[in-house]
Design a protein around this ligand. Structure first.
Ligand SMILES: Cc1cc2nc3c(=O)[nH]c(=O)nc-3n(C[C@H](O)[C@H](O)[C@H](O)COP(=O)(O)O)c2cc1C
Length: 139
């Protein structure tokens, strides 16, 4: 069964120092497990999406929760899906700080972005907006 999971969390170290290692490690794992997704980072937060076989998503998310490079992970969305949103990317990236802030503020009630500002509805709309505006980068 194909499912999608979306979470938000707080970076425990500056994203700029850890994002490359996370992306490289995760891309390899995800490609091996037919998982696709995106990792948005910046302003001290992560907003992550992963999609794939349910058992694989449960397994990877359990690892992600144990990862000390972030904390206070909020599970925003977990659902069966009919199609992937990030089919092109084992783990695409979005640097939140390289976007026009209005592209984020459109979806959250306060600035700066915090994990608790995101809901399932706003996070999914934002992620789809990132795909549609070609803001998801493969490498
Ligand atoms: C915000 C965040 C998102 C992550 N996303 C993924 C992911 O999509 N896939 C993945 O395999 N690992 C992801 N990781 C990394 C895992 O937590 C974990 O470090 C990794 O799977 C372990 O790799 P290793 O067994 O090669 O050391 C993420 C970590 C963080 C902090």
């Amino acid at each position: 069964m194909l499912v999608q999971l979306v979470f938000a969390s707080v970076a425990t170290q500056p994203c700029s120092q850890t994002q490359e290692a996370i992306l490289q490690q995760a891309r390899k794992h995800n490609a091996d497990s037919a998982i696709t997704g995106a990792l948005c980072y910046g302003y001290g937060i992560y907003l992550g999406a992963m999609e794939g076989e349910r058992s694989q998503i449960n397994r990877i998310y359990a690892e992600v929760l144990r990862d000390e490079r972030h904390a206070h992970a909020q599970l925003l969305y977990f659902s069966e899906i009919s199609e992937r949103t990030f089919a092109h990317w084992p783990l695409g990236r979005v640097n939140l700080e390289s976007l026009n802030p209005s592209a984020i503020l459109k979806y959250i009630p306060q600035w700066p972005p915090q994990p608790e500002h995101w809901t399932a509805v706003s996070a999914l709309a934002f992620l789809k907006d990132m795909v549609a505006s070609a803001s998801v980068v493969a490498r």
